[in-house]
Design a protein around this ligand. Sequence first.
Ligand SMILES: [Zn+2]
Length: 150
Amino acid sequence: MTKWDAFSRSGALMRLRRAGLSVTVPRLAVLQVIEESAEMIDAAQVQRRLLDQNEDVALATVYSALNVLHRAGLLACHHYGQSRAVYGPIGARCTSRLMCGRCGHIQWVDDPRVLALIEGICQEHGFGVSDYTLSVHVACQPGRCARSGQ
Ligand SMILES: [Zn+2]
């Protein structure tokens, strides 16, 4: 099993559909690479990571997917001068993820209870939330791995 099986794409797939975009393989793959990236990356880096996953996508296609996803508000973009743009996951909405150390699956969690809890804790300390990233390291339970069926 590669990390590109249908289940591991479910979070990205859900966000594409919610944004009203037609789901294409490059859009899905590019969005997933961005969402799994710990830092902002440019189009060439996206293409390299796709190649590492045995997804052979032309650079022009990567640029096109990045543009569509950015216009739909699914990823953040910063420009450095005129020549380089880097992309990363969008801010506060979908930044909770469960990362399985056993099978490598990343499950994105879009749950308002998480934000409510974080906001409450921040208020107690005199802060307001502008953005958050929550990564929870997990191990899937034997017999219940949604990703591999093991
Ligand atoms: Zn697992």
